[in-house]
Ligand binder design. Structure first.
Ligand SMILES: Cc1cc2nc3c(=O)[nH]c(=O)nc-3n(C[C@H](O)[C@H](O)[C@H](O)COP(=O)(O)OP(=O)(O)OC[C@H]3O[C@@H](n4cnc5c(N)ncnc54)[C@H](O)[C@@H]3O)c2cc1C
Length: 397
């Protein structure tokens, strides 16, 4: 059989992990993406994007050989979660309750990017600095008019995937009408490796544990709130923005970590719910090109890494006469991902709707439900096992 070629479109975390996974499985693969530039960080500065990674994702990154390339002191294990409702409901989960070491890890995007980039160089994966533009039979045509032969094209070009559109893969999406504001904060009190979350009815706030800096506890904020309010926060300058966040977060959290102080820029990300048909002959989508979920459970990238693990497995196990672009084989990949993606979509979208519903009865039901879950050790053990990645379809926070 001829040496088949795979082109991965997109050089984000999903694209880099997909190319590395396929290369390590012995396939000929290249990445087509704009040039990668590592963000230069000052001492004590942290990459603006941080992710909560599940146990399953951690094991996959370890299998790819990149986990140990990251600086251990910049990775924070999450040993407990505390989720507050809008009417006194609260669920606390501790890793020890299911005999786990931790529930998740908090990592900077920059750390993962650099480790993946280093591994791709070691494995000699070519990086073609250009952009996907269109498809011709068996060819990828780039914006720079290069013509790349490909038996399989992996779409990792993000939520606005041009490859998905060019391949005619079905796609549906809707906007939540919220922005996710992210920033790093110093806290007065230690986070004790606990991921904290508040569902307030009109916003969802998560404070994720990060390494201490300048002798002070640090947390990463992900605050999903209505677009108009979020834009007002983004428009505030300097001290006005810092004061607004300090007083709002004190009110929302009841001062759970004392006063918090802003120690980075605030960035806003539009939040959408998206699904796609995942495959077409010779094309497979992974990561945000394939699906997007609300970040309230910190699961988008985890789902993307799950796609990649499954795609690498499916392509590696194809028969000797099956091409890497064979649609029957790619449909097996799509079927294998259908259940975990649907379960995560239902869980995140369901939780979002449950807490967005207004009125006293809705609030009573959701907070009573949380109190009930908090009193049922076997339910908590099950959630912890999911979060730690020892059971499929984990929900993190
Ligand atoms: C506020 C917020 C918090 C989140 N927190 C978490 C979390 O805690 N845990 C978690 O698991 N997930 C989280 N997510 C989800 C996570 O950010 C995404 O799922 C993940 O970043 C998607 O990675 P990706 O590589 O698929 O897409 P992207 O990061 O969008 O990468 C796409 C890449 O494709 C390239 N590209 C685009 N067009 C082309 C083209 N035509 N040709 C070639 N290349 C192209 C781009 O340059 C880019 O590098 C969060 C999301 C948000 C919004």
């Amino acid at each position: 059989m001829k040496n088949e070629r795979i082109v991965v479109c997109g050089g984000g975390l999903a694209g880099m992990a997909a190319a590395l996974g396929l290369r390590k499985a012995g396939l000929e693969v290249s990445i087509l993406a704009p040039a990668y530039t590592a963000m230069a960080l000052q001492p004590g500065q942290y990459h603006p994007r941080v992710y909560a990674l599940s146990g399953a994702s951690q094991r996959f990154l370890a299998h790819l050989g990149v986990w140990n390339l990251m600086q251990a002191e910049r990775i924070t294990p999450v040993q407990a979660m505390e989720v507050h409702g809008d009417g006194g409901g609260c669920v606390t989960l501790n890793a020890w309750q299911d005999a786990q070491d931790c529930l998740a890890w908090i990592l900077e995007s920059g750390q993962m990017e650099q480790a993946l980039r280093q591994a791709l160089q070691v494995f000699g994966v070519p990086w073609i600095e250009d952009r996907f533009e269109r498809l011709e039979p068996g060819l990828v045509i780039t914006a720079g008019q290069q013509r790349l032969q490909a038996d399989l094209i992996v779409g990792a070009d993000g939520a606005r995937s041009a490859l998905r559109a060019a391949a005619g893969i079905e796609h549906q999406g809707r906007e939540y009408g919220d922005l996710g504001l992210v920033a790093h904060l110093n806290a007065e009190r230690a986070h004790q490796h606990t991921a904290l979350q508040w569902f307030t009815g009109d916003s969802i706030l998560a404070l994720l544990p990060m390494p201490d800096v300048d002798g002070k506890p640090q947390v990463s904020m992900v605050w999903s709130l209505g677009q108009a309010q979020a834009e007002r926060v983004l428009a505030l300058q300097g001290q006005a923005q810092a004061h607004y966040l300090q007083s709002s977060l004190r009110a929302l959290t009841g001062g759970r970590l004392g006063d918090v102080s802003l120690r980075s820029a605030v960035h806003g990300f539009p939040l959408t719910f998206e699904r796609s048909g995942m495959v077409a002959p010779g094309v497979a989508l992974v990561g945000d090109a394939a699906h997007r979920v609300h970040p309230l459970a910190g699961q988008g990238l985890n789902l993307g890494l799950g796609d990649i693990e499954e795609l690498v497995k499916t392509v590696s196990l194809r028969g000797p006469h099956c091409s890497v672009g064979d649609i029957r084989m790619l449909n097996r990949y799509k079927r294998a991902r259908a259940e975990p993606i649907a379960a995560m979509r239902a869980a995140t979208d369901g939780l979002y709707r449950l807490f967005a519903a207004s009125g006293a009865p809705a609030s009573l039901v959701r907070n009573a439900g949380m109190q009930l879950v908090d009193r049922l050790p076997w339910v908590k053990r099950r959630i912890i096992a999911h979060a730690a990645g020892v059971a499929p379809g984990s929900l993190l926070f």
